[in-house]
Write a protein that binds this ligand. Sequence first.
Ligand SMILES: Nc1ncnc2c1ncn2[C@@H]1O[C@H](COP(=O)(O)OP(=O)(O)OP(=O)(O)O)[C@@H](O)[C@H]1O
Ligand SMILES: [Mg+2]
Length: 319
Amino acid sequence: MDDAIIRVDGLRHRYGDFAAVDGISFTIGRGEIFSFLGPNGAGKSTAINVLTTLLRIQEGTVKIAGHDLASDPQAVREDIGIVFQEDTLDRDLTVAETLEFHGRLYGLPRAERAARIAELLELVELTGWAKVRTKRLSGGMKRRLEIARGLMTRPVVLFLDEPTIGLDPQTRLRMWDYLQAVNREGTTIFLTTHYMDEADRLSDRVAIIDHGKIIAEGTPLSLKNALGEDIIMLCTGDDRAAEAVIRGMEGITGVKKDPAGLTLLVAGDGTHVLPVVMHRLEEEGITVISVNLKKPSMDDVFVHFTGRKLRDNSAGEGH
Ligand SMILES: Nc1ncnc2c1ncn2[C@@H]1O[C@H](COP(=O)(O)OP(=O)(O)OP(=O)(O)O)[C@@H](O)[C@H]1O
Ligand SMILES: [Mg+2]
């Protein structure tokens, strides 16, 4: 990609012997919204912390906005903005002061500062809380203020680590809209998320990351299309027998069995394939308990590439 704003090649990051980021390469085009989608412990924060210079780069090369991360971290810092995953607010500053100081730090002119603070407080619904110290805010309010702070400036690249974690659905939609507006003004956005819908709805391109490796990458649409046109979810009296019958049937490009039932990937129009499948099962004397025909979702993409489901509250950490 010639107009790449971020170029990562062979990035690896170890904590002791453990490679939390295990040799990833990718490029992000200028003006893109790019997501890392992955479960807890996948290595998302480690990767973003290296890219934003918070962790020293150990192995691989990274170029951001033309600057080499290893040799010129300061130049990288000047071109980026960051919204961290964890709470990094100064407890004793008020909401407005938090934004004001950040704007001053980045040399935003006074008038612009004031206008942006007003606009952002409105966006994150903290206008009435402007004079309150951050230690008095709830978790969700702190999260919203962190995002607002990250949006005070218009960096070349904005990094957001799980930006909408813990926010209610309505607020998340507002954040997505706003991030898209910021993006349209020219800021490239790199975010990490474990929300399927966030990756799907917000991103131009998604990389699925698991155990420190990128296992799939593409536009949300291309990732979903890789699974076929339609998906049939099937629950039968004997899934093992049903799997044997269905595997190899015309129009079926894949069959997966898990405790919840069978997932069939369909190459063509599912409405044509489904009756044929039902008929075959009937012939074999296999009862069908439930059936569901749908278009592949980001969840299906994730299950397909990782072999497991991603649950929001999954305890799937560990090495
Ligand atoms: N400072 C550290 N020392 C040792 N191991 C670490 C450290 N930080 C992270 N890890 C481990 O590295 C792996 C990746 O962690 P990381 O925080 O990058 O994942 P993540 O994808 O951001 O997860 P989450 O969705 O929970 O934020 C995990 O197994 C984690 O336990
Ligand atoms: Mg993280």
